[in-house]
Design a protein around this ligand. Structure first.
Ligand code: FRU
Length: 313
């Protein structure tokens, strides 16, 4: 008879159902102006419609995640004062997005003014953020690991603090034996020191703009060239708008999924954030990466055909 392994089973707690996911970044107040065309400078024109809603990459991702079965999204963001933030907080809590990890500040919530053009399908975002960014002490103080998160996603912003937060989290996860995935989004190429985040994610999400700014015109060339700077074993994704999205696995295997043809772009704000939600949803369920890629592309395509994030699941 083969000898029985006397060591106790892995100390890792099983991932509970629902699956807790923490999203760290900045919530915004978005004002979206729906226009026929992008306006000329110094013109005076009317928008067809206007919408105000909560936004910010992690908030948009959480809005999509909370519609999927067994997903338990938590957000960690700086907000305004407790009083000013109470409608936002109760709106999020009502749809199942947990906010207890958020930090209150005396400054107002950052805002974005967005021009959505129906001719070109572009969304031009002008943001203003005067918030003092979340530091390591606050991250540790607000990080509640009960039940343990299956996945922690970081927006690629506030770089120095985010690097420290991920380093702290990675060593904590190792000490505690958590089977935790850390993902990082590198969307805006002009953020100083953003490359410091390359090596920090088990999963890294790149935008088309990020790749193009580095003079790559094909996502697979970009992913292959950036892979040596990423964590060993990391899975890399690059979204490419109507060109779909590509994934590079640690083995060097490349997968691509096409976007679904979109009849008309209605609201493209948060399409990339929707893609991230689709990937997190599939990978926390241990689905194959190609399944995840196709699913996330489909979600992102369906999102741009509708206003907001409701009804995607
Ligand atoms: C879209 C978005 C908006 C927000 C802006 C912040 O991805 O998250 O909701 O205003 O980007 O950069």
């Amino acid at each position: 008879r083969p000898s029985v392994d006397p060591s106790p089973p892995s100390p890792m707690p099983p991932i509970p159902s629902p699956i807790p996911v923490l999203l760290v970044g900045q919530i915004y107040q978005d004002t979206i102006l729906y226009m026929d065309d992008y306006p000329k400078e110094d013109s005076k024109i009317r928008a067809k419609d206007m919408e105000q809603r909560r936004g910010g990459n992690i908030c948009n991702t959480a809005e999509v995640l909370c519609q999927f079965p067994r997903m338990d999204p938590h957000v960690m963001s700086c907000l305004g004062t407790k009083e000013a933030s109470s409608p936002l907080v109760s709106g999020l809590e009502e749809i199942g997005i947990k906010t207890q990890a958020c930090v209150y500040r005396p400054t107002p919530l950052p805002s974005s003014y967005i021009i959505q053009s129906s001719q070109s399908g572009t969304r031009t975002i002008i943001s203003c953020n005067k918030t003092i960014e979340l530091n390591l002490e606050e991250f540790i103080h607000h990080f509640d690991a009960t039940p343990p998160y299956a996945w922690v996603h970081f927006e690629g912003r506030n770089i120095d603090n985010t690097v420290q937060q991920i380093d702290w989290l990675s060593s904590k996860a190792q000490q505690e034996g958590w089977s935790l995935k850390i993902s990082v989004e590198l969307e805006k190429p002009d953020r100083p020191d953003i490359d410091l985040l390359l090596a920090k994610g088990d999963v890294v999400f790149f935008s088309k703009l990020f790749a193009q700014t580095r003079n790559y015109h094909h996502p697979k060339d970009f992913l292959r060239s950036i892979q040596p700077q990423c964590k060993v074993g990391a899975t890399l994704f690059c979204t490419w708008g109507e060109g779909g999205a590509t994934c590079l696995l640690p083995s060097g295997e490349i997968h691509h999924a096409s976007a679904i043809p979109v009849h008309q772009v209605i609201d493209s704000v948060g399409a990339g954030d929707t893609f991230i939600a689709g990937i997190i949803f599939c990978l926390t369920r241990q689905l194959h990466v190609l399944t995840a890629l196709k699913f996330a592309c489909e979600m992102a395509s369906r999102k741009v055909e509708k206003v907001g994030f409701n009804g995607l699941a």
